[in-house]
Design a protein around this ligand. Sequence first.
Ligand code: G6P
Ligand code: MN
Length: 469
Amino acid sequence: MRRAAVPGMMGATAGRDSGKGAWDVRLTILGGGGFRVPLVYGALLTDRGEGRVTEVVLHDLDADRLHAVSRVLAEQAAGTPDAPRVSTTTDLDEALGGADFVFSAIRVGGLSGRADDERIALAEGVLGQETVGAGGIAYGLRTVPVATDIARRVARLAPDAWVINFTNPAGLVTEAMSRHLGDRVIGICDSPVGLGRRLARVLGADPREAFVDYVGLNHLGWVRGLRVAGRDELPRLLADPALLGSFEEGRLFGPDWLRSLGAIPNEYLHYYYFNRETVRAYQEAERTRGAFLRDQQARFYEEALRPDVSALDAWDRTRAEREATYMSENRETAGAGEREAEDLSGGYEKVALALMRAIARDERTTLILNVRNSGTLPTLDADAVVEVPCMVDANGAHPLATDPLPAHAAGLVGAVKAVEREVLSAAESASRATAVKAFALHPLVDSVNVAGRLTDGYIAAHPGLAYLK
Ligand code: G6P
Ligand code: MN
């Protein structure tokens, strides 16, 4: 598929694509037919400033999905005369040429792959979540080779582009890409921001003025402090059971456990601290999260292509349902009830936009991002990708100095990073034995025999794992 020609001036940054003007900022989205692309486009539409993204190139392997998402974006853009131009392509190299920013938000194996990841793990009595435990390893094993290929192509075709990785498991995938792109790839996640926002809200602070001392790996981090005007407000929260019961993580983990930890964990740590209960809840659920999303999204993509349907309305309905049911099994086991209305709007697209603005316009800001450690956490080597507060400017994301993690957290982070390293080396060496080692070393997989059966089960289910010999 050729990219449609776009009007614009020729100029110094025109590069290999003749359609790009000197003042154009081009964002290429890999996984451009993905469900969350309209969130990103919606955020771009709110950006009126100079240096904003003027051109969006959507790349996907599936032309129908591209078409469906383009219909949503066209409805979103109606009424905004200078909305970023949108084009689509199924040719990866063409999508990358001339890109200033590349968002990578792909899902290797699709949502049916995610459902298989869950099913195979749960049958062995272990967790199959897309980023945590056995499921995260399986998903990582099939995503790393694809992400590595993308990183190599970006290095060749768009060496000055900044790559923003949303692809899960985001920390591991960012580390795989950083081996080819160095600090030009930055991983993002909205869960630390969401947590920081909730904590600020509960403490009556303005989230923009709060510094959230959050440290760890992606989906494996802790808030150890929340400073407003130089004062740490977290002790006030930990001392107050009513305040602790008034937000998502407080209800998930319970006040006693939070006080014992002296920190507020990322919601994904619920799978660790309450592993038995979450595994059982997922086993007993009518459908796993992946299976639910697989069916829900199949309906959306079908609907969005129907000429008599507003693709934007269909997308909005689907999104609302997806957000309302996020982590519902975890909330159920904890008796945490429904999500708060304020928590339903995500924030993923806001992190992405804030990051691009800071880089493109040198608007210095602090964001929690996935970057190479470079000495920030003393128990990990310099190249390990960690999730920490970073100062961002035109030169990229620079991790801020932080206090060391307490031993229990450093231990977990070290164990999971070691597993990620086994996944990276299994992908590089195409070794089944190394894949088994990755599963077996994970703190949530309790037997080497289970690890062997998981590896065989996943290889049998996923064509994307046939490379493991
Ligand atoms: C959170 C996580 C993301 C995840 C998203 C959607 O924001 O941080 O990594 O992709 O939720 O989860 P879902 O279960 O709806 O796919
Ligand atoms: Mn995430």
